[in-house]
Design a protein. Structure first.
Length: 184
C-alpha cells in the first residue's frame, strides 16, 4: 500500500488481486445480497484509492482494508432495518466447501452433508451481526481475535466473547434444527 501511495499503480493491482475474492466473500456472507455486496465492495476499493496518499502503516493492510469494509456494513445496517436489507437468496458459488460431497459417499450421505451445511448457513445468518462478523472473520478469513478486535473497533475481550457466543449459538441452533429435520 505504501508503494501504491507513492505512485506505483502495479502495487495496487497486486493488492487488489490478492484481496478481491476474500473481501467480496466477506460482504456476501455478511449481508446475503449479491448486489449490495458488490456495491459495498466497490465502495471499499474506492475508499482505499482515495485514502492512499494519507495511508500510514499503523496496522497490517488487511486489518485496515477490513476495517473500511466493516464500517461500510455498519453504516448500511444503521441506515436500513436489518430485516429489509438482508435477503435469503443463495447463489451456487456461495455454497460452502463442506457441501461438496465426495464420490465415495452414498446419495443419502451426500444429502445429509448438504442439509447440515444449509442448516449451519441458516444458523450463521441468524446470529447477531457482531457475532456473525467475528465468526466469519475468524473462520473464513483466518483472522485472530486481536485482528478482529482491530477491525471491529472492539476490545479483545469483547471479541473473544463474541466468538464464544457465536460458536455456542451455532451449536445450539444446528442441534435444534437438526433434531427438527430428523423428526420430520
Amino acid at each position: 500500500m505504501l508503494q501504491y501511495a507513492g505512485g506505483n499503480t502495479r502495487a495496487f493491482e497486486l493488492l487488489y488481486n490478492k484481496h478481491k475474492a476474500p473481501l467480496y466473500r466477506y460482504f456476501v456472507r455478511q449481508i446475503y445480497d449479491n448486489q449490495l455486496a458488490e456495491d459495498l465492495y466497490q465502495e471499499t476499493w474506492s475508499r482505499v484509492i482515495k485514502a492512499a496518499s494519507a495511508y500510514e502503516a499503523k496496522a497490517k493492510f488487511t486489518t485496515w482494508l477490513y476495517r473500511i469494509a466493516h464500517n461500510l456494513i455498519i453504516d448500511h445496517v444503521r441506515a436500513k432495518k436489518p430485516e429489509s436489507s438482508f435477503s435469503e437468496v443463495y447463489e451456487p458459488e456461495q455454497q460452502p466447501d463442506a457441501m461438496v460431497a465426495s464420490a465415495s459417499e452414498t446419495p443419502e450421505q451426500q444429502l445429509q452433508i448438504q442439509n447440515k451445511a444449509l442448516l449451519l448457513k441458516n444458523c450463521v445468518q441468524e446470529l447477531p451481526q457482531v457475532q456473525k462478523e467475528a465468526f466469519l472473520l475468524n473462520i473464513e478469513m483466518g483472522f485472530t481475535a486481536a485482528t478482529i478486535a482491530d477491525i471491529a473497533g472492539a476490545t479483545l475481550e469483547a471479541t473473544k466473547s463474541r466468538l464464544r457466543y457465536a460458536q455456542k449459538g451455532l451449536k445450539t441452533c444446528v442441534d435444534l434444527k437438526w433434531q427438527e429435520v430428523e423428526y420430520d
